[in-house]
Design a protein around this ligand. Structure first.
Ligand SMILES: *Cc1c(COP(=O)(O)O)cnc(C)c1O
Ligand SMILES: [Zn+2]
Length: 407
């Protein structure tokens, strides 16, 4: 980890040695990785990045990158697609979709897991663990399997079937906990202090969260080293949004971009929208809620980085919006119908939020906008209700003609 100088507290600035620990000893603020940016700036360039691998590791100078033994299934370098048909439907001039479904386990969580577990293994950890709303479980179990680590994954029992199957298939231990994600997280925080397990999003959280910066790096690089005017980002714990902002700042610090103004907009579903509520009320602290939403991957009632996500959106002229529950499935279908992308519920929340932001005038028609579509729809087909063919016929031309009419 050539350019990492240690851990610093986001609140009080206290520095800590580089150990798996998420909170500051002095003030309990979140710990963050610190880098020697002048040294990075002297060595990094657009060309050196372009010559790197087509994965998040092309940005290894801005990540906690162990010198050897990375656990790498190829996370990142996902497509940034122009979305003219969805843009036209919403009334936008320029819209791009960052589609994370092409990651190894089909969500953006592969970015954070490859970072956290690479560091964990380099520190000699043998057990990979996490508290998950589903996608993280898939990714931790897969990366552990591919590296020979054991996995112990904790999930709320009522997750979507595909998210459970997409975890158990990798052969680790999958523990369903009766209760919400917030109960699972509390349990894992206790376990992390008792066992030498690498909980990617608990004790390894400072390393884990760095992986999210790569979404900002890729968006900027894929736009030709420009920062867009606005980005719509789904919010669960608020880590992705907070680190997307950190990623943009770092690109300026190492002089890869000039540092244009980019508004960040958070997206939540009404059934679990504590950050949106705090935003609307002008509050700085987030009041926890009990989640009741179809968007299970975003169902965190007590978001660990909610406070910081709020600060980021406010300082960047952004917002956090909650969309009504029925609009989640509508968002999924709108995206599929216009752009041929099948996203999960979190993507439905993002698309519905984007629609709302344009309608409310928070995103102007000529603002170049990027929406982060963070996961794939095959994992959450329950959200679409009962699914059946649009018609059923016998294998007969007449019956097809009956249904579809003459040409
Ligand atoms: C985890 C997750 C998010 C957001 O995560 P944060 O906890 O806010 O970092 C967004 N979309 C999907 C699909 C996720 O799995
Ligand atoms: Zn502190």
């Amino acid at each position: 980890m050539k350019y990492v100088t240690g851990l610093t507290c986001r609140e009080c600035g206290e520095t800590h040695p580089l150990v798996p620990q998420a909170a500051c000893d002095e003030c309990f603020g979140p710990l963050e990785l610190a880098y020697d940016y002048p040294a990075i700036a002297a060595e990094i360039s657009r060309d050196s990045i372009a010559a790197g691998p087509t994965s998040i590791w092309r940005y290894d100078k801005l990540l906690p990158s162990p010198n050897e033994g990375r656990i790498d299934l190829g996370a990142g370098w996902t497509p940034l697609r122009e979305a003219p048909r969805l843009a036209a439907e919403l009334g936008l001039k320029k819209l791009w979709l960052k589609f994370e479904g092409t990651n190894p386990t089909h969500s953006f969580k592969d970015r954070v897991v490859t970072v956290a577990l690479s560091v964990a293994r380099s520190l000699g950890y043998e057990v990979a663990a996490c508290a998950s709303t589903g996608n993280l479980a898939n990714s931790v179990a897969a990366h552990a399997a591919a590296s020979g680590m054991k996995s112990r994954v904790f999930i709320p029992v009522d997750l979507e079937a595909a998210k459970i199957a997409g975890t158990t298939v990798f052969g680790g231990d999958v523990i369903g906990v009766t209760g919400s994600y917030d109960d699972v997280n509390r349990l894992c925080t206790e376990l992390a202090s008792e066992r030498r397990w690498a909980f990617v999003n608990v004790n390894f959280r400072p390393f884990y969260s760095e992986g999210s910066k790569t979404l900002a790096f890729e968006v900027v690089e894929q736009l030709g080293w420009r920062s867009p005017d606005a980005v719509v980002i789904p919010v669960a714990s608020g880590s992705l949004l907070t680190k997307f902002a950190k990623g943009l700042e770092e690109l300026t610090k190492v002089r890869l971009i000039e540092g244009e103004a980019t508004a960040l907009h958070g997206a939540q579903a009404q059934g679990c929208s504590p950050v949106a509520t705090a935003f609307e009320q002008g509050a700085t602290e987030v009041t926890p809620v009990k989640p009741r939403t179809i968007a299970k991957s975003l169902a965190i009632g007590n978001p660990g980085d909610g406070y910081h996500a709020l600060k980021e959106v406010r300082s960047r002229d952004g917002s956090v919006t909650a969309v009504a529950e029925p609009r989640v499935a509508e968002g999924i279908k709108l995206l599929a119908r216009t752009e041929g992308i099948f996203t999960e519920t979190a993507g439905g929340v993002t698309v519905a939020t984007l629609e709302q932001l344009v309608r409310d005038g928070r995103i102007a028609p000529d603002q170049e906008t990027v929406a982060l579509i963070t996961g794939i729809g095959l994992k959450t087909i329950e959200a679409l209700g009962e699914v059946r063919p649009t018609a059923i016929v016998r294998a007969s031309v007449e019956e097809v003609t009956d249904v579809l009419g003459e040409e």
